[in-house]
Write a protein that binds this ligand. Structure first.
Ligand code: SF4
Length: 63
């Protein structure tokens, strides 16, 4: 499983607040980074929840 962030991410930071084990704000590039290329098995449920929690549906799950 991979996570991709859509261009229309509004950089609200909620994903980092709720899931700091998956996301981090990139201040230099003014975007959010996903901390893993491949999401570890033990974080995949949280990754799905993060995708559901993004208010603008900018987190996409790529299998
Ligand atoms: S919660 Fe969604 S809109 Fe907000 S920073 Fe994360 S991916 Fe972007």
């Amino acid at each position: 499983m991979k996570l991709e962030l859509a261009d229309y991410c509004i950089r609200c930071g909620i994903c980092e607040d709720l899931y700091p084990d998956l996301f981090r704000r990139n201040y230099q590039e003014h975007c959010m980074d996903v901390l893993y290329d491949e999401i570890p098995e033990q974080l995949q449920d949280r990754a799905r929840q993060a995708a559901a929690d993004c208010a603008v549906a900018a987190i996409r799950i790529v299998d």
